[in-house]
Ligand binder design. Structure first.
Ligand code: NDP
Ligand code: MG
Length: 384
């Protein structure tokens, strides 16, 4: 039996992870579960899985969490430092599934324990970059990618030397607006943006999929996780989301990972790694699917992937700046303050203000993130 903590247990990745744990109760013992605002669900999950501790990120909700856990014997805590403490509790495996840079400090705390971290929280890696990968190396941590593309690449690289890689190709569904004209994109609403055609996900990543910033963030994520160099990383649009990514080797062999568009598959791969565990997902029926199609991304309508590539080339803290600007712009779009097409424009505008030096430690990353958020708000206020 392995001990397991889930940072972001009340979200979409949290739900998929706990669904697998529920079906395999003899495999896992739950240590920490965290949420931010959904105290009712957090307390319910903590009771169901007999967690040691439940932590709510929003400290004002701690009294509600305490009340909901009364008599259960489960510890309750609240606030950002408590999230970090929860991440430090000994656990064989931690699933890092908080959304946004808010997950960075708890994810780093889990990494510093030197055990295994299954990483969904891509914004944390995009922002912290070398600070995080150096911590992984320093603490001897096993970092398993949960993002479906990166999990696919991880599987396609297994047993191979990266020196033989010709291409790492990230597939992209293209999101709900894949075939929309630029004129129509200007008018896209939050409700339309979160309606992803293939995947069921949290709101923020759904909007990122619609702008293609998700693929931009994933490009940077892949650059950190798989040291093949930026010139060997590319993106291809694959509307069916069946091929989750591929690796081409110099002998002409291409290995791809295929599976249903269900995050329980890559999560199961990380939970059981290096073994395998069953999932309730339907077997892949390629005859029924019939056709798999691929096309080049259109960086004129969807400039986010160009921006991400440029951020990698620019180095320094560019990726952290871009990520922070994107988080602010997505929130502004969701609350009706800016048009859909302003999201990526805001990132470009903030990057154009200049890029700080590469962060050397977690505090540097947090400072860059904070500053870029201020810039993003200023930039948007000027444009409105
Ligand atoms: P959700 O929005 O569904 O869930 C986010 C989780 O983070 C919730 O538990 C939420 O708590 C918590 N949270 C939100 N804000 C804060 C905060 N300020 N401090 C602490 N906790 C916070 O997101 P997803 O599950 O969709 O995504 C999680 C991460 O995984 C993201 O980085 C995403 O990019 C990545 N990912 C997701 C995929 C998916 O299919 N969903 C696929 C690949 C990657 P509460 O709900 O209680 O407020
Ligand atoms: Mg992905």
């Amino acid at each position: 039996m392995r001990s397991l903590s889930i940072l972001g247990a009340t979200g979409s990745i949290g739900a998929s992870t706990l669904d697998l744990v529920r079906r395999n109760r003899d495999m896992f013992r739950v240590v920490s579960l965290t949420g931010h605002s959904n105290v009712v669900l957090l307390a319910q999950l903590a009771r169901e899985f007999s967690a040691e501790i439940a932590v709510v990120g929003d400290e004002a909700l701690l009294p509600d969490l305490r009340a909901a856990l009364a008599g259960s014997g489960i510890e309750a805590a609240g606030g950002a430092p408590a999230l970090i403490d929860a991440a430090r509790r000994p656990a064989d495996l931690t699933v890092a599934a908080i959304v946004g840079c808010a997950g960075l400090a708890p994810t780093m705390a889990a990494i510093e324990q030197g055990r295994t971290v299954a990483l969904a929280n891509k914004e944390a890696l995009v922002s912290a970059g070398g600070v995080m990968t150096r911590a992984v190396a320093r603490h001897g941590t096993t970092l398993l990618p949960v993002d479906s593309e990166h999990n696919a690449i991880f599987q396609c690289l297994a047993g191979n030397d990266v020196a033989h890689v010709r291409w790492v190709t990230l597939t992209a569904s293209g999101g709900p607006f894949r075939d929309w004209s630029t004129d129509r994109l200007h008018l896209a609403t939050p409700a339309e943006a979160v309606r992803h055609p293939n995947w069921s996900m949290g709101a923020k990543i759904s909007v990122d999929s619609a702008t293609m910033m998700n693929k931009g963030l994933e490009f940077i994520e892949a650059w950190h996780l798989f040291p093949v160099g930026v010139e060997r990383l590319r993106i291809i649009v694959h509307p069916q989301s069946i091929v989750h990514s591929m690796v081409e080797y110099r002998d002409g062999t291409t290995l791809a990972q295929l599976g249903p568009s269900d995050m329980r598959v890559p999560i199961a791969s990380a939970l059981a790694w290096p073994a395998r565990m069953a999932t309730p997902c339907e077997p892949l029926d390629l005859a029924a699917i019939g056709t798999l199609t691929f096309r080049a991304p259109d960086e004129v309508r969807f400039p986010a992937t160009r921006l991400a590539r440029e951020a990698v080339m620019a180095g320094g803290a560019a990726a952290a700046v871009m990520n922070a600007a994107n988080e602010i712009a997505v929130a502004a779009f969701m609350s009706g303050q800016i048009a859909f097409t302003r999201i990526v424009q805001c990132c470009e505008d903030v990057l154009a203000c200049g890029v700080p030096m590469p962060p050397q430690c977690l505090d540097d990353v947090i400072a860059v993130d904070r500053e870029a958020r201020i810039r993003a708000r200023e930039t948007m206020a000027l444009a409105i």
